[in-house]
Design a protein around this ligand. Structure first.
Ligand SMILES: Cc1cc2nc3c(=O)[nH]c(=O)nc-3n(C[C@H](O)[C@H](O)[C@H](O)COP(=O)(O)OP(=O)(O)OC[C@H]3O[C@@H](n4cnc5c(N)ncnc54)[C@H](O)[C@@H]3O)c2cc1C
Length: 429
């Protein structure tokens, strides 16, 4: 029986494991193994809600082990460190608990491999960023942000330093930075309900970017202007055209020498694939360490290895590459499943990925949602308010239906809705 190994169970990889498990694993037509360095799957576009406590991992995190058992694939926890293409096996780092080795370094053999390990923040080599900034790439990093904010708020309330503000700087005014800023404002407002003696004015949030306008990846200026207005109405300072040259423990320094103090600095200024991919198994990578793939997602130097989502560079007819987005990872995943089934049946994996921009929506917490739908129809349609909010959340609903199936997915959505009524608005611990 052939073995398909998928590394990375995020927005793209979990769909591949689920579909292959149901279609091949359950029927013993192939062995399907998912490897992830985390134990649980959390939908990455919700990480900013996890960081502010508006999302509860108790409800929204899904155990890979339980999901694997129910869907016909096996799960192995481990961090990919190498690929031995000659022997056709992947290498995993040992799993440590502090100084204690829980599981030794291991290898797993494959017949076909799908790499779907996502992206990490890109620091552009700016000094101090790795040491002093927070990032929003993993569940643990989101929880670290929540912990830092909670401690800062707690100290603030106890010390009754009402004349001083808690200062947050977010670098990167793309969708992630803008959504995170709004979510923090919302969380600060909710804290009153927990007995914290504070109002949103005690929180100072500054959003900084070297670009001249916010949301540089959103082509319609009207959307960017609408988001900028909303952020300013919330009291968030937006400083565009400002280049950060250094991050320090207590703030950042801008080109020109101005220093901005900060209690928490979040780096959301760009992404790249994990750096180790550039040295892994001699596969072709680009300047952002993404694995270069053919339009059918096969890596250019090894037809047994596929890559999908943020960690790959998939060429498009106009010379661009498919952008690093949840919808791309998901759609590429669907395509790879069909290509793999073709390969197992001795057919050519012919399907090619064509990116159709269904739109970009920016959700400013409970305050405002705005964006563009059906962008592939030349310019698209600008939407705001309830329709935009409904569509924004439908990406996650579709994801739940895909990974849990129709019945359990619908139940999960119901549980989430009920939990908004039943539990406190913030999860503080
Ligand atoms: C705050 C935020 C909001 C976003 N909002 C949107 C949005 O509204 N719409 C949209 O389209 N996109 C959005 N995105 C982007 C979207 O989340 C990503 O494009 C998408 O998650 C990429 O999917 P992926 O499968 O490539 O990687 P991921 O979803 O990041 O999954 C990668 C998986 O690989 C695992 N992994 C990583 N390294 C290793 C390793 N070495 N070994 C083993 N496992 C590993 C990780 O644990 C993870 O499970 C947002 C991103 C963020 C951070």
């Amino acid at each position: 029986m052939k073995r398909i190994v998928i590394v990375g169970g995020g927005a793209g990889g979990i769909g591949v494991a689920t579909r292959l498990g149901r279609r091949l694993g359950r029927k013993k037509k192939a062995e399907v193994i998912l490897v992830d360095m985390a134990e649980n799957h959390v939908w990455k576009p919700l990480l900013h809600e996890l960081a502010t406590g508006t999302l509860d991992t108790g409800i929204d995190a899904m155990s890979f082990r339980g999901h694997a058992r129910a869907n016909g694939y096996r799960f192995q926890q481990g961090r990919l460190t190498g690929i031995d293409r000659e022997q056709r096996r992947i290498e995993l780092a040992p799993i440590m608990d502090g100084d204690q080795e829980l599981l030794p370094a291991r290898t797993i053999a494959y017949d076909y491999l799908v790499v779907a390990i996502g992206s990490v923040a890109k620091d552009f080599g700016i000094p101090g960023v790795q040491e002093h900034c927070h990032f929003l790439d993993t569940t643990q990093q989101a929880l670290d942000i929540k912990d830092t904010l909670r401690k800062r708020f707690l100290r603030y309330a106890r010390e009754e330093r009402l004349s001083e503000q808690v200062k947050v700087i977010i670098i990167g005014a793309g969708a992630t930075g803008a959504e995170m800023a709004a979510e923090m404002m919302h969380a600060a407002d909710q804290l009153k309900g927990y007995g914290f003696n504070m109002d949103p004015a005690m929180l100072s949030i500054t959003l900084i970017d070297a670009a001249e306008r916010i949301l540089p990846q959103v082509p319609r200026e009207a959307i960017a202007n609408s988001v900028a207005r909303q952020l300013e109405n919330m009291g968030i300072q937006v400083r565009m055209g400002q280049r950060v040259v250094r991050a320090e423990a207590d703030g950042i320094v801008l080109a020109g020498g101005e220093k901005l103090p900060s209690d928490l600095t979040l780096w959301a200024a760009g992404i790249q694939a994990p750096e180790f991919l550039a040295d892994i198994g001699g596969l072709e990578t680009n300047a952002d360490h993404q694995l270069v793939v053919k339009p059918n997602a096969q890596t250019t130097r090894d037809e047994r290895i596929f890559a999908i989502g943020d960690c790959c560079a998939c060429p498009q007819a106009d010379g661009s590459i498919a952008p690093p987005r949840g919808q791309v990872a998901r759609q590429m995943g669907h395509m790879v499943v069909n290509n793999l089934i073709d390969l197992l049946n001795d057919r050519e994996p012919r399907r090619e990925y064509v990116y159709r921009d269904l739109g970009s929506l920016v959700n400013l917490s409970r305050f405002h949602t705005v964006g563009n739908l059906f962008s592939f129809l030349g310019g698209g349609v600008m939407v705001e308010g309830r329709l935009a909010r409904f569509t924004y959340h439908s990406l996650y609903r579709r994801h739940l239906l895909e990974v849990y199936g129709l019945l359990r997915g619908t139940l999960m959505m119901t549980v989430r809705s009920l939990s908004h009524f039943l539990r406190p608005a913030l999860k503080l611990h």
